[in-house]
Design a protein. Sequence first.
Length: 312
Amino acid sequence: MKKKISIVVPSYNESKSIPYFYEEICNASKQIKELDFEYIFVDDGSKDDTLNVIKDYASKDKRVKYISFSRNFGKEAAILAGLEYSIGDYVAVMDADLQDPPSLLDEMYHLIKDEGYDCVATRRVTRKGEPVIRSFFARLFYKIINKMSDIEMVDGARDYRLMTRQVVNAIISIKEYNRYSKGIFSFVGFKTKWLEYENIQRVAGESKWSFWKLFIYAIEGITAFSTAPLVFAAIIGIVFCLISFILILFIIIRTMIFGDPVSGWPSLVCIIFFLSGVQLFSIGVIGQYLSKTYLETKRRPIYIIRETEKDK
């Protein structure tokens, strides 16, 4: 009996990209004849015609399966849903916009089969086509998080990877509500091979990731896999306590020697504003961690399924 490979495709407003993706993934599947394929499209509450496009392919091709969310829960939820729904001995996570080239699947499979890897992941060696500012902050984020976290985050890493069932089961076993897949992939470990390729532009449609969304996602990653910001906030507090103590001694000595002239109120106001900003920053850092704890304790479902191809 042939082994099976599941292709998990998170899809949000990708009605224009899916036809191109379907054609490419079908071509890629012909290169790996020893495996049966299933394509799991996860409709993440799309507002366009994405679900109908997927349903059309599902009616013509039994390999096509789908999950449709009740609303938009985000890519992290879509990845988890696809992994949980998959039944393949091997599972790949890919974007529908063809920035993750299906042509690499054959090489990825043989690296796992012939060289004993548990996972083959991909990373971009260039960010050609991206805005310069976004590229700069992306590289800065990886430098910061690698200094803060105990696990390694590879610069340019994509969610595109092929995994054995053992790796997938390990990822699924992590049930935290605030998910950061790149960190989770690194956290579970296993023997991983990295494939490098140059950045590829979207085949159709527009990116769903604005600068603000990427910034929020970066904060999610830092707070999910590092407590260093809490330590940093505590250190700032200690440093300013020491500075305050030194200044108090300075004021007392100056007053005893030179008297107490009333002066320096503009600088005093600036100092008050500065220290208030530091306090609010520290409270904000603590608030981020408390909010994550609050959301985890609610134990809300990570996603809600509206329908699948089994409901037909």
